[in-house]
Design a protein around this ligand. Structure first.
Ligand SMILES: [Zn+2]
Length: 261
């Protein structure tokens, strides 16, 4: 099959010779050049997902035939992919919203449409992680938790961890109510930096800034934090946005450790 599939990456994040990372755009072109939705979620797009996942892997020159996802449930569990025998079918049954690994040539990924996709990379220990940091995961400090598990399992020093925040709904477009803000007040001493009052009981919430604050508190250095700068709602022509569209596809945010050459 002839196709053209572009992905987005963040300049200056990680070390491209050791870590591959990519964010999938909402469409790709097949044969005649007609743009077609790129549908990668098994639960949301069971019919297209297998073939489209193969296209994504091929476009990135990834030798693996599988992408390793977890079953995202808006919780705060971190799955450690440390067994090379585990299949992608098995990981996709693990209820978790973050995954870390030291295994080379295994693409790990999360699916999002507005929620913040986070990629973590420690060049010292050569380990990587992906996080689905939606509103609920962020409320539960999932990024900080993932960093602490990277430290416990792989001995990562947070000061060495690099972080990339992918396309997500920006503080420009994410209006929420009082009950959404309450857990941030409780779990984030710096919550006022990313919550702005809009009208009585209504707030603009900047989930990207929240996750950045969470990482910094966990010991990640500000200069090691990279943003894609893409708001999924403002740039809805490039990215899927659940808020804007309702039923929609998902962005895949993928990380893969490479074997040193
Ligand atoms: Zn926006």
């Amino acid at each position: 099959m002839n196709f053209s599939l572009q992905t987005h990456s963040i300049d200056g994040f990680g070390d491209s010779s050791r870590l591959l990372h990519a964010f999938s755009l909402r469409s790709f072109e097949r044969d005649g050049g007609v743009p077609e939705d790129l549908l990668l979620g098994r639960r949301t797009d069971p019919r297209s997902s297998e073939q489209h996942r193969q296209c994504l892997l091929e476009s990135l020159n990834i030798p693996s035939k599988e992408i390793f996802f977890v079953k995202q449930v808006h919780g705060d569990r971190v799955f450690v992919l440390d067994d090379p025998e585990v299949s992608a079918d098995q990981t996709e049954r693990e209820e978790a919203d973050a995954m870390i690994t030291h295994l080379k040539d295994k693409p790990i990924a999360v699916l999002t449409a507005d929620c913040v996709p986070v990629i973590l990379y420690d060049p010292e220990r050569q380990v990587a992680g992906v996080v689905h940091a939606g509103r609920k995961g962020s409320q539960m400090n999932l990024v900080a938790k993932t960093i602490s598990i990277l430290s416990k399992v792989y001995g990562s020093h947070p000061g060495n961890v690099r972080m990339a925040l992918g396309p997500a709904i920006g503080g420009c477009c994410y209006e929420v109510d009082e009950p959404c803000i309450e857990p941030f007040r409780k779990n984030y001493p710096e919550w006022e930096r990313f919550v702005t009052g809009r009208s009585p009981g209504r707030y603009m919430l900047d989930l990207l800034k929240a996750n950045e604050a969470d990482a910094v508190r966990a010991g990640v250095l500000k200069e090691h934090i990279h943003h894609s700068g893409e708001c999924t709602s403002c740039n809805n022509d490039r990215w899927y946005s659940y808020r804007k569209e309702g039923t929609t596809g998902r962005t895949v945010s993928l990380a893969m450790l490479r074997t040193a050459t």
